[in-house]
Design a protein around this ligand. Sequence first.
Ligand SMILES: [Cu+2]
Length: 304
Amino acid sequence: MVLLLALVLPVALSGTAAADGGKSARTWTVQVGSESSDQAIQGMSFLPKNIYINAGDKVTWEANAAEIHTVTFLAEGQTIESTQPFDPFSPLYISAQGGTSYDGHSYYNSGVMSNVSNSGFAEVSSYTLKFPDTGDFTYYCLVHGAAQKGTVHVRAKGTDYPYTQEQYNNRVERAERAIIRDGYQLWSDARDQADNHTVIAGADDGVAMVMRFIEPKVVIHVGEKVSFVNNGMGEPHTITFGTEPANPFPPLGDPTNYTGGQLNSGILPPGVTFTVTFNKAGVYDYICALHDYFGMAGKVVVKD
Ligand SMILES: [Cu+2]
């Protein structure tokens, strides 16, 4: 009897969906971030960026990348600028806020989303909201600010859907491939700018991000300098030698005379360079404290 029910039920459900022209409430999927298989290239993206649903439908956002992101609907009157920069210690940023049904004007937040579990945050892998009311609702990623947003367009119940989930998925796959292609181009451009005294500390074009040091190993002599250049448009990094501080945001140590131990650039925003003078022979490993958990690390070899 139980077996029979299990067999009959799915048929009955799909029959219902067909009978109402496919207009019963449904759940749509949006991908949060994107990445290459080695995680080196990350996308600052919600895909699809625009989704058209009907009142009563739900949207599920799925973590699709190692880099952290949030899905955040701001409160009425709040600007994305007022939320920046991302505060890694505030529950308003890193924890779920609001209920499961979107009211159109309050603050709703997914918490930190990532498809890995070692980012240092309590990550969530998916976030679902129901949209009972019509309207165009824009949301942001609190990590990447104005650069990363998407919109849920909610239309009246019974409206014909302009796209199926499958059509969105096909576009999403194309967009993901384009981001990875752009990322590898940025990576190759960065190699042309790097030498033993110039490390490109990540690069991004505001969508595609290279989450690597270029080149990851440089060789210099005692008394020489290495400049770490953040060449990006949107993504901050850090240059962190020695034991990682509990809070990697403030600078620590003296970059004009480095002989080993702790040294931290603090948050290195796009367009900023951090220069270190190495005054003792040795091999010095460093990380980006924000992105080391998916491979952003490097090494300076200092010879006599
Ligand atoms: Cu980084």
